[in-house]
Design a protein around this ligand. Structure first.
Ligand code: C5P
Length: 400
């Protein structure tokens, strides 16, 4: 709900700046308070008079007021806001935000802003597709900013017009939904497993897999943003967490992950098992580095690891929820259904390796959610943080 929310609308110098007028109108109609900050370039495209009339607030552009010389405090403005929306965001402003080049009031406000930031890029297709722009956008995403990509709206088609700013009502809808969902997991305790496991062979070798942990970390962040207390049980990954609502337990092997999960689950409302757990480990872990044999093969005997999901499925009490993942290469739905039942899950997130932009080591994912009642929902390819948002929304609806 946008009612009563304080929104900073940052406008930069794009031809799409005229659409900011419609954005203000839609925000105000939904009951939000809007403070416009515009770059010098932005004023070439739309006049501050129009913007202040629509927002009922004076427009800020310079560090000092032209009228009385008083200082506009970007720090106070950044603290005042419940959200900052930069629409349209040009390639230049995106570059400045990504690299901290604070040479105007809008960028300094962005750097001071403690509230969530939404960015709607607007530029021509070639500029948008340039690696420089794409890298800056990725950088902004990694800072936790929400990118309202052209094409996120229901009407948008794939590449046609990509780079053109998303329509005002879609942009306002993204903010509206964001505030709607806020706090949907308040007071809930969620355990999340993430990343690969390493199964030790000897002091220098292990059996592992390509899982980066990105999906699990995005889930931890998304749950924490919704107010949950998260316990993130992470296998060996090179990722960090920033949200204060996340407590992290680092583990290495499946056995350690299992121990941490069964210890923390009883006191939790839900667990999301996102880790790519090794199914087997070497029966013997050598204390000494195994030497190369001069001749012939060597054989390693593997024994099964505990299935964490199945173990938690057995422990699950009424009211607790359990979410698993399935990565299948054939007969996806049939295998996922079998897994869902065997592990006593409430729903299973199915990702297929066949889809481009899905699975290990990439920043996007394409998933379907299969629920215990047989309902299957398919989602398009999305950045992993947005996929996490979809999963968290489903979980929150089951925990109400
Ligand atoms: O059976 P499969 O490994 O395909 O099941 C995948 C799901 O089970 C994932 O949610 C994964 O995190 C979980 N799992 C687990 N412990 C294992 C193996 C898988 O929790 N030992």
């Amino acid at each position: 709900m946008l009612k009563g929310k304080k929104i900073i609308l940052g406008i930069t110098g794009s031809i799409a700046a005229y659409k900011a007028a419609y954005i203000i109108r839609a925000l105000v109609k939904k009951g939000a308070e809007v403070q416009v900050v515009i770059t010098p370039g932005g004023k070439e495209f739309i006049t501050p008079i129009t913007l202040s009339a629509l927002s009922s607030n004076p427009v800020i552009s310079e560090f000092f007021s032209n009228r009385d010389g008083s200082w506009h405090s970007h720090v106070d403005l950044g603290l005042w806001a419940d959200a900052m929306l930069i629409a349209p965001a040009t390639a230049s402003s995106i570059g400045k935000m990504a690299n901290g080049i604070a040479d105007n009031m809008l960028i300094t406000t962005y750097l001071s802003c403690k509230a969530p930031v939404f960015i709607a890029p607007a530029m021509d297709l070639d500029m948008f597709a340039h690696p420089s722009t794409q890298q800056n956008i990725e950088k902004l995403r990694s800072f936790g900013n929400h990118i309202i990509e052209p094409g996120e709206g229901e009407l948008a088609s794939h590449l046609v017009g990509k780079g053109r700013m998303e329509e005002p009502d879609v942009i306002v809808g993204v903010l509206d939904r964001y505030f709607d969902g806020l706090g949907s997991l308040t007071q809930k305790k969620i355990v999340i497993t993430a990343g690969p496991t390493y199964e030790k062979i000897d002091p220098v070798r292990f059996i592992g897999n390509y899982s980066s942990g990105k999906m699990g970390f995005a889930l931890a962040e998304a749950c924490a943003v919704q107010g949950a207390q998260v316990t993130l049980i992470a296998g060996p990954v090179s990722l960090s967490t920033t949200h204060p609502g996340i407590r992290r337990i680092d583990v290495e092997s499946a056995e350690e992950m299992y121990q941490a999960a069964v210890r923390t689950f009883p006191d939790s409302d839900a667990a999301i098992l996102c880790a790519a757990v090794a199914d087997y480990r070497p029966e013997v872990q050598s204390d000494e580095k195994i030497k190369r044999e001069k001749t012939g093969d060597i054989t390693m005997h593997l024994v099964p690891n505990p299935d964490i999901a199945a173990a938690l499925g057995k422990m699950k009490q009424a009211g607790q929820r359990l979410v698993g993942f399935a990565l299948e290469t054939t007969n996806e739905v049939a295998h996922a259904t079998e897994k869902l039942e065997r592990k006593n899950l409430d729903f299973i997130v199915l990702n297929s390796l066949k889809d481009k932009g899905a699975g290990f080591r990439c920043d996007t994912n394409k998933v379907s959610i299969l629920e215990a009642n047989g309902k299957l929902t398919e989602y398009p390819v999305k950045p992993k943080n947005e996929v996490a948002g979809d999963i968290v929304e489903k979980l929150a609806s089951l925990l109400k």
